[in-house]
Design a protein around this ligand. Structure first.
Ligand SMILES: *Cc1c(COP(=O)(O)O)cnc(C)c1O
Length: 440
């Protein structure tokens, strides 16, 4: 599963014209009719007829991609300013990553962990070194990394901290997004993620994000972990006060509680550092990684920590058929090698400074707030002007792909390889859309 695709009831776009409902692809409401728009319409109708409707995508059908750009079936090109929620940090069809994948495809792709494979060792060694830790638990999707982190924290609590069996609790933050499994949505406060999916998994308590005192007050002798996004992505790129994560680190140490940083979206270069925690000099006990770890090619996730914690898992207690497979490990190794140079972190920092400066200039011109961290931006559109969805639809007409979140916020997270010129152009399109909508 992939992240939130929330649609507010007031959204005027496709929400009222589900293709399946109309029986006919009526995309003309949301994007200009093009000579080849029937290709788009037919492709969407086919998908809508048989794919579960758990997403409400923009009416564009992508068929290829290169760097920060994608090409749709109607031949139009779009600048991808979502990058698959940061899973495509290194760009579409990245030649280094494709070579690593192709080379491994010709050897072997899956062995299961019933046997060793020759790619897993180099991968976990390099990833542990990148994170400054000594052990890696390889999984596939982000949600699996989160679930695995929760299991590790509970087992650590019982076996090392000495919590009474069945009593462990984990403190999380309001507004969190950690994935879509039952246990994970059990501690979400987003009604659309939870409603209709109970009963829920007990053992979690949620406190306001950014408030270290509230977090400390929620900790008791049965608390085994604090699980946080160092920057909340799906919530709209919410950057906590600079003192928050250092305070959480101190509180966790003082109470013998594991600090688990969900860096699935914020990590691996996006914020201008390898991990978002690096921005404030914080080292969590466990990193949860995913998304960009698979280079946009295969799902690869991991829990990364030291052996005194990850070592609590014994043979047979946890696993995954595909976890640590040779193809994933080969691509993951290539991703880690790219990050080890620091080049992509510098790109995020450099392009991010440009993006932040351009977006700040839109404040008061249809934009009510801007939050950035590296090449990652949450932009609150004046709700009187338009919904985030409506802005994204108009951006799409102008060749820019972006994603709304929570009503009137849009988020930008282009591949880190986007050129300064293209990024500048994308902000020009946003400014033009806001002007079209009547912003001053
Ligand atoms: C995307 C995301 C997840 C879930 O990852 P999936 O691969 O979609 O399961 C978990 N945590 C955060 C912070 C995310 O952004």
């Amino acid at each position: 599963m992939t992240p939130l695709d929330t649609v507010s009831a007031t959204d005027a776009g496709l929400a009222g014209t589900r293709l399946a409902d109309s029986g006919l692809a009526d995309a003309g409401l949301t994007h200009e009719h093009h000579a080849d728009s029937h290709l788009t319409d037919a492709a969407i109708a086919r998908e809508e007829a048989h794919a579960a409707h758990n997403y409400l995508p923009l009416p564009i059908v992508v068929e290829s991609g290169d760097g920060a750009w994608v090409t749709a079936v109607d031949g139009r090109r779009y600048l991808d300013c979502l990058a698959a929620y940061s899973a495509v940090n290194f760009g579409h069809s990245n030649p280094v990553l494709l070579d690593a994948a192709r080379e491994q495809l010709g050897r072997i792709t899956l062995t299961s962990r019933a046997f060793h494979n020759d790619r897993l060792g180099p991968f976990v060694e390099a990833l542990a070194a990148l994170a400054g830790k000594d052990m890696v638990l390889p999984m596939n999707t982000g949600a699996e990394a989160v679930e695995s982190g929760i299991k590790v924290a509970r087992a650590w609590g019982y076996r090392v901290k000495g919590v009474a069996d069945g009593m462990a609790n984990i403190v999380v933050a309001d507004g969190n997004f950690h994935g879509r499994t039952i246990s994970i949505v059990s501690f979400s406060d987003d009604a659309s993620a939870r409603d209709g999916f109970g009963p829920f998994t007990p053992g979690f308590r949620s406190v306001p994000y950014g408030d270290a005192a509230a977090l400390e007050a929620a900790i008791d002798e049965n608390t085994v972990a604090v699980l946080l996004e160092p920057i909340q992505g799906e919530a709209g790129i919410i950057v906590p006060p600079a003192s928050y994560l250092p305070a959480v680190r101190d509180i966790c140490t003082a109470h013998s509680v594991l600090m688990i940083a969900d860096e699935i979206q914020s990590g691996l270069g996006r914020t201008g550092t390898t991990f978002a925690c690096d921005r404030v000099g914080v080292v969590p006990d466990l990193y949860l990684l995913g998304k960009a770890l698979g280079g946009g090619i295969v799902p690869v996730s991991a829990v990364v920590g030291n052996a005194d914690i990850l070592g609590v898992l014994r043979p047979g207690e946890h696993g995954s058929t595909f976890g640590g497979n040779p193809l994933a490990a080969a691509v993951g190794s290539a991703v880690v090698a790219m990050l080890a140079t620091g080049e992509y972190q510098r790109l995020a920092d450099d392009r991010g400074a440009l993006l932040a400066a351009r977006l700040q200039a839109l404040l008061g011109h249809g934009v009510v707030a801007v939050r950035t961290a590296g090449l990652w931006a949450g932009i609150d559109i004046d709700p009187a002007l338009a919904s985030g969805r409506a802005v994204c639809e108009r951006l799409m007409q102008r060749g820019v792909l972006a994603k709304d979140t929570h009503g009137s916020t849009i988020r930008l997270a282009p591949p880190l390889v986007v050129s300064a010129e293209d990024l500048d152009w994308a902000v020009d399109q946003l400014a033009a859309v806001l002007e079209e909508l009547g912003a001053k």
